[in-house]
Design a protein around this ligand. Structure first.
Ligand code: FAD
Length: 146
């Protein structure tokens, strides 16, 4: 299987797909990879800045008065999550329940809540909501900072 783009979605998808032992997964990324924390350029390591050096340089279509606004997108392993503002929000519970009601099993708020809790638990910061990462998510590389 080939996953194109090692961003937020591609990395998780490739990790989950490669859990099946006899499946080969190729993850393609056009930007650079910094496999260890000490190799990260300072502006990537700094979660408070948008790293222009690893941006695709997209801009919006001209709007009123011809004004175009930057549309930053990350271009490296980690994708936009490697350059983003590093805050996370849960969606509204009723939205997830609506998806489940529409036929998407496993997407009810009760089903996705353990995922949120896993993401909200880090090595250094036990958030008020975070708990121990459930084993079935730990092996999927969901809690990357553990
Ligand atoms: C500046 C900024 C701040 C943000 N702040 C937050 C935040 O605080 N909280 C939050 O939840 N979200 C935030 N976001 C949004 C969040 O980062 C994105 O929604 C999310 O990362 C998108 O994931 P994705 O997998 O769809 O795409 P991306 O993570 O962008 O991954 C796409 C990957 O595909 C690669 N790629 C593209 N084309 C090709 C090709 N042809 N061949 C190979 N590789 C290719 C790219 O280089 C990139 O690595 C922010 C985004 C930005 C840009």
């Amino acid at each position: 299987m080939i996953v194109v783009g090692a961003g937020s979605a591609g990395c998780v998808l490739a990790a989950r797909l490669s859990q099946t032992p006899d499946r080969q997964v190729l993850l393609l990324e056009t930007g650079p990879d910094y496999p260890q924390r000490h190799l990260l350029p300072p502006e990537i390591a700094d979660g408070t800045t948008v790293a222009g050096s690893h941006d695709w340089g997209y801009r919006s279509m001209p709007g009123k008065g011809g004004r175009m606004v930057p549309l930053p997108r990350g271009r490296l392993v980690g994708g936009s999550s490697a350059v983003n503002g590093t805050f996370a929000l849960r969606g509204f519970p009723e939205d997830y329940d609506e998806w489940a009601y529409a036929g998407n099993d496993d997407w009810s708020f009760a089903d996705v809540l353990p995922m949120f809790r896993a993401l909200e638990t880090t090595l250094t910061t036990a958030t008020s909501r975070g708990t121990e990462t459930p084993a079935r998510f730990r092996s999927a590389g969901i809690c990357l900072r553990r």
